[in-house]
Design a protein around this ligand. Sequence first.
Ligand code: CP
Length: 317
Amino acid sequence: KRHLLSAADLSRDDAELVLKTAAELRELADRPIKKLPALRGRTVVNLFFEDSTRTRISFEAAAKRLSADVINFAAKGSSLSKGESLKDTALTLEAMGADAVVVRHGASGAPHRLAHSGWVRSSVVNAGDGTHEHPTQALLDAFTMWRHLAPSSGGSLDGRRVAIVGDVLHSRVARSNALLLNTLGAEVTLVAPPTLFPVGVESWPVETSYDLDGVLPKADAVMMLRVQRERMNGGFFPTAREYSRRYGLDGRRMATLQDHTIVMHPGPMVRGMEITADVADSDRSVIVEQVTNGVAVRMAVLYLLLGGSEPAVGGEE
Ligand code: CP
C-alpha cells in the first residue's frame, strides 16, 4: 500500500502485519541505542496544520530511529499565514523530495486530497483530519490492547470487549478505533450522552449505550475520550459538572472493572473532566505506555509504506 488515510484501508492481514512489525521495533525502545538504518536517505515531512504533542513528536522520533531525514512543518510561522494554499504547500514539499508526508489538518478529508490530487508523489499518512480519522492512533491503541489482553494471539483481538467513552461526535480517534478494532475481531461499545453521538453512528460496526455504569463491568479495555470543547462553538450539553458525574471515570467506577481491564486515553487528557487524576495515574492506566507504543507503531507504518531495508531488530545496529 502507498498511503495510510483511514483505518478502513487496512485488511486484517495488513493490520496484523503492522502490529507484528511494531512488536519487533518496540524492542528498540528498551535498548541504549534505538536507531536502525532501514530508511537511510529517505525524507519524511511532518506537515502539521493543527496542534499536536504526541503524534508530531512520535512521528519525528519514529522517522529518526529509522535513520530517515525529517523536516518539520508547522502552520504557525509558515507562509500559510500569507494565504498560501494546501496545493502550493504540497508542491513545495514535492520540490524538496519528500518520500512520505505525515499530515494533520483541521479539515476532514485534507490528507485524502493530498494523496489523490497528483500534487505529490510521496506516501501520505493521515495524522488526524478534523473529526474524521486518526488511523495511527487506532493502530497504537490496538497494539497496546493486544499486548495486554491477547499477547499470544498474533495481533487479533477476537472477542475482546472495548468501551470507548465520551465525546464520540468530535472524535477521529473513536471512528478509526471502531473500524480497526472491528477488523481485528474486538467488540466495541461506544458510550456517550445522546448529544455527543454522531449522525450515522448506526452504520458503524459497534454497539452504543448511554449507560456507562452498565458497560464498565463487561469491558476488557476502557478508552476515555476528551471532550473537544474547541469544536463545539461555545455550546456544550450536558454541563461539564453533569458530564463528569455521568460519563467521567473516577475511582468508584474504576472499582467496578474486572481485574485485567486496562484504562486508556489517547491524550491530551483533561484531568477532572473525563478522567480523574487518581485513575489516570493508577496501575490500570496504560496511557503513558500508549505513547511509547506509538513510536513503534509509527516506525512500522513508515517502514512498511516506504519499503525500507530489513529492520533486523534482532541483529547488529
Ligand atoms: N493522541 C493525539 O493525537 O495527541 P496529539 O493531539 O497530542 O498528537
